[in-house]
Design a protein around this ligand. Structure first.
Ligand SMILES: O=C1C[C@@](O)(C(=O)O)C[C@@H](O)[C@@H]1O
Length: 268
């Protein structure tokens, strides 16, 4: 169990991948790719690379792939994406995510299919960071985390609640439980219904960051949650997602606007 250190100040454990650090300084800006085909993904990568100096991390939402999640298709599309990223002067790191329908995504996949697709992305060297939904089958989660770690790939534990916002203590408990499962970065997204829900999310972020020392990423979705995407860093959130083109979740702010807001909240 993650415990509070005696002096109340956990040693920071920032996670650095390809020059991008989560958990130190201002929040990293993550841009999702949501293309359904290799062509669409490559067009998105080109659009992201055109503004690469504003981007810290790219997320590939594999669940949007029209071909499905067969390992060979994931590897083929993933190699196309990493090949395009490799060609840029600064290689942006890639977070690989399969968001299941249970958590608001498009992947209607059973545990073996989820495991096989994530494993393929790790084994092929496509993922610099791996999103693992901690609410999936427990043995599957254990094996995927172990596989990623054996390959030197940090794990972003994740949990989405698209319907509601749990109480502050429960959000914090969900994040802390991810650390117990071996996640290196702890991420929760919730749907707020009133400003108190956004406060609960931000409060849990602050509580958890101080207790684990691990990078924590949180956001409240939808229009009410925009405050958390812009100002979450003040409360300890280590990253915020921004759209270049299509958003991958409700409430995501466009990249230029988000960057401008971050400059106000976190002046150089
Ligand atoms: O976990 C997240 C956060 C997110 O849901 C958001 O609300 O910005 C967007 C997803 O693409 C990503 O996997």
């Amino acid at each position: 169990m993650a415990t509070e250190p005696e002096d109340g100040t956990p040693a920071p454990l920032p996670v650095t991948v390809r020059g991008t650090t989560l958990g130190a300084g201002r929040p990293a800006v993550v841009v999702p790719l949501t293309g359904a085909t290799v062509e669409a993904l490559l067009a998105e990568v080109a659009a992201v690379l055109a503004v690469a100096e504003q981007v810290d991390l790219v997320e590939w939402r594999v669940d949007h792939l029209a071909a499905g999640l067969a390992p060979a298709d994931v590897v083929a599309a993933g190699r196309a994406v990493t090949g395009a990223l490799d060609a840029a002067p600064r290689r942006l790191p890639l977070l690989v995510t399969i968001r299941t329908t249970a958590e608001g995504g498009s992947a209607d996949v059973d545990p073996p299919g989820y495991e096989a697709a994530l494993r393929a992305a790790v084994d092929a060297g496509i993922a610099d960071l791996l999103d693992v939904e901690v609410a999936r089958d427990a043995a599957t989660v254990d094996r995927v985390v172990a596989r990623a770690h054996a390959a030197g790939v940090p794990v972003v534990g994740s949990h989405h609640d698209f319907d509601r916002t749990p109480p502050r203590e429960q959000i914090a408990a969900t994040l802390l439980a991810m650390a117990d499962l071996g996640a290196d970065v702890l991420k929760v997204a919730v749907m707020p219904h009133d400003p108190g829900d956004v406060l609960a999310l931000l409060g849990a972020t602050w509580d958890t960051t101080r207790r684990t020392g691990r990078p924590v990423i949180t956001m409240a979705m939808g229009p009410l949650g925009v405050a958390s995407r812009v100002a979450g860093g003040t409360f300890g959130s280590a990253a915020t997602f921004a759209a270049v083109g299509a958003a991958s979740a409700p409430g995501q702010v466009g990249l230029a606007a988000l960057r401008a807001a971050l400059d106000v909240v976190h002046p150089a």
